[in-house]
Design a binder for this molecule. Structure first.
Ligand SMILES: Cc1cc2nc3c(=O)[nH]c(=O)nc-3n(C[C@H](O)[C@H](O)[C@H](O)COP(=O)(O)OP(=O)(O)OC[C@H]3O[C@@H](n4cnc5c(N)ncnc54)[C@H](O)[C@@H]3O)c2cc1C
Length: 345
């Protein structure tokens, strides 16, 4: 019988598990039920008691590594914590979120316990075996991986499972696992991040809003309106909470000395050489919808586009709804409606 360990970690608060960790718990629970396997949850946090409550009812055994050293991501302390959790649970299968914190330590942990690892897993199938699915070649080829070697570590992409909801009637008793820390050469003095209002990439947003190069092109009056474009986009992001994506042409303009929207970087780029975000809905504006861009929309549920060109890629089967319209006018109207909705609520 396979035994399964789900490794989880807290967010910046030090005591609440990340959403991606709770998704891994759901995946572990489903897999354990299907295989009739024993499930253990491992927690790495500054304070593990609240985190353990978030996984109440998921598994009979909860192991926790906690303390100040585990408040923030650091290779030496995180790798030591995950290794000790694996030694305590002796799992055949280890599931963990593919977060930046765990992605950078988990290959080393797998090596330390003599295991193997696969990353970017999107689903786990199989009747009485474990079959892990991942995409290759920019989400064009989907493959199913099976392995005989154990322990087998699987890092799960965020947004692929529902977040686990605890059973409030159960009181989990977490077992503290002691970790002998190696010499810590990295000291974490603080955390510097852009303010939430400046943070335009929001993986948990319900909507992806994509800005294309059209926003900076000459408009019917023969002029460019980049400043107005920036205001319309930022107003919409603030009112809707959407995540901001971009076409390659738009983010590349910064490097060519042209006028560009200052809040966009290559991190916003969606597509073949950009990201493949997961959101229930997507709205593309001033973007032509060429294949290298649209390949990044594979995991967007409902797709809509606003483009002046009735022959753009979106109208050729890439979007569910296309508005052949001027995005400056459409977004100004949408912002006005959103403003009214906010002021009347
Ligand atoms: C190897 C390779 C990899 C690539 N990888 C990527 C990638 O990862 N991501 C990516 O995005 N691209 C990628 N590309 C580039 C891609 O092929 C396109 O060139 C790019 O997506 C075009 O960007 P765009 O649609 O914003 O710009 P454009 O093609 O310039 O289209 C602008 C659109 O805006 C419309 N428009 C203008 N004004 C308005 C208005 N007022 N209202 C409404 N619509 C308006 C125009 O009609 C036009 O359709 C790649 C290309 C190659 C060769």
């Amino acid at each position: 019988m396979e035994s399964i360990l789900v490794l989880t970690h807290a967010d910046e608060s030090g005591s609440a598990l990340t959403k991606a960790s709770l998704e891994a718990v759901t995946a572990g629970k489903e897999l354990a039920v299907r295989l009739g396997a024993e499930l253990t949850i491992g927690i790495v946090a500054k304070h593990a008691t609240h985190a353990a409550k978030q996984v109440a009812g998921a598994a009979p055994r909860v192991l926790a590594v906690q303390g100040d050293a585990f408040a923030q991501a650091r290779f030496a302390s995180d790798a030591a914590a995950c290794t000790e959790l694996c030694r305590a649970a002796q799992p055949a299968i280890v599931l963990a979120p593919h977060s930046s914190r765990f992605a950078r330590v988990m290959a080393a942990v797998a090596h330390r316990v003599g295991g193997v690892i696969d990353t970017h897993i999107t689903s786990i199938g199989g009747a009485d075996t474990v079959e892990a699915t991942r995409w290759f070649y920019r989400q064009r080829i989907e493959s199913v991986v099976t392995r005989n070697k154990r322990p087998w570590f699987l890092l799960l992409d965020a947004g692929t499972h529902a977040a686990f909801v605890a059973d409030a009637t159960t009181q989990p008793d977490e077992i503290a696992i002691a970790v002998e820390l190696p010499e810590l050469r990295t000291q974490v003095f603080g955390f510097r991040a852009p303010q939430q209002s400046q943070q335009t990439i929001r993986p948990d947003a319900k909507l992806l809003f994509v800005a294309g190069a059209g926003w900076t092109k000459k408009q019917p009056d023969g002029q460019t309106h980049v400043e107005e474009a920036g205001q319309l986009i930022l107003q919409f992001l603030a009112a809707s909470g959407a995540s901001l994506g971009s076409s390659k042409s738009l983010v590349d303009q910064g490097g060519e000395g042209q006028s560009v929207l200052p809040f966009l970087t290559h991190l916003n780029q969606v597509g073949q050489t950009g990201s493949t975000p997961r959101h229930p809905k997507g709205l593309s504006t001033c973007c032509h919808g060429e294949e290298p861009h649209v390949v990044g929309w594979r995991f967007i549920g409902e797709r809509r586009a606003v483009s002046l060109d009735p022959n753009c890629g979106w109208t050729r089967g890439k979007a569910d709804v296309v508005y052949v319209a001027d995005a400056f006018q459409v977004m100004a109207r949408v912002n006005a409606l959103l403003g009214k909705a906010v002021s009347s609520s």
